[in-house]
Design a protein around this ligand. Structure first.
Ligand code: SF4
Length: 265
């Protein structure tokens, strides 16, 4: 582990970071913005005085994704209001994203009950099951996402150029890739890289979990965020299969980014 920088050096880095934090990311030449925003997230997640730091970190990452997508995605997308084919697949998210969505839902009894019912109906469905056999996301209401502002990264960054392809993929189980509108996949990968790296630096689990099962767990316990932050493995029942968590190119990039930032925390 690298040695921590002096307090003065760390303060100077934070000052230098300021112009980059929360600003839309330009894909290409990302290094400075990547470090500044990842450092901001890691410090947010490490601030033990803040009880809601996990859901706050998720909100920061989601806003950054929206701002980056708004400035970076120029080509027309087929996605439109009332189109919800992709809400039928296996949706995964980090725990901060799940906790953020759970906070948005809390107190809305109809949705809370729908989440519990969907979790019970889907818990024995294999994660590799075809999309057409899956339980639709319980957040969906009349083909609209009822929690649009709090939806996870994967929902915000799935931008398709062909509705016909989405019908084939999600309704008819056709094995093809979503024809993504560029640079939506790069934006998603970058935001995921930052959030997962910040979670690792804060000593928190960084993997993705199954959304519906994770929401059901978070909604059943008012102290879910505090318990998870204290290290309790309370989302174990929402873990995704090992095959989906194997080290990837993203994990290697996260290692390098973490090593670069760690001395400044
Ligand atoms: S959270 Fe919203 S956008 Fe995401 S799968 Fe559920 S209904 Fe669809």
């Amino acid at each position: 582990m690298s040695e921590r920088l002096s307090r003065a050096a760390r303060q100077q880095i934070l000052k230098d970071d300021a112009p980059w934090v929360g600003k839309p990311l330009a894909m290409g030449g990302l290094d400075r913005a990547l470090q500044a925003n990842t450092r901001h997230l890691a410090l947010l997640l490490s601030d033990t005085r803040e009880r809601r730091r996990a859901s706050q970190a998720a909100m920061f990452a989601l806003r950054l994704l929206d701002a980056t997508a708004a400035s970076g995605i120029k080509a027309p997308a087929a996605c439109a209001k009332g189109c919800s084919h992709c809400c039928r697949t296996l949706i995964t998210a980090t725990i901060p994203e799940i906790l953020r969505l759970a906070r948005a839902i809390k107190g809305r009894d109809g949705i809370v009950k729908r989440v519990a019912d969907a979790a019970a109906r889907s818990k024995d469905i294999a994660q590799s099951a075809p999309n057409s056999t899956r339980v639709v996301c319980p957040i969906l209401e009349e083909n609209l996402c009822s929690q649009y502002a709090a939806r996870p990264i994967v929902c915000r960054s799935t931008v398709s150029s062909s509705r016909a392809a989405c019908v084939r993929i999600f309704d008819q189980d056709h094995p093809e890739a979503i024809p993504s509108v560029p640079p939506a996949p790069e934006i998603r990968a970058t935001i995921v890289l930052m959030l997962q790296t910040a979670l690792r630096l804060a000593g928190l689990p960084h993997q993705n979990y199954e959304l519906t099962q994770g929401l059901a767990i978070a909604l059943a316990d008012d102290g879910a965020e505090a318990r998870w932050l204290s290290g309790e493995p309370m989302f174990a029942a929402a873990e995704i299969d090992q095959a989906d968590t194997r080290p990837s190119r993203l994990a290697e990039m996260a290692e390098r980014l973490a090593a670069a930032i760690q001395p400044s925390l």
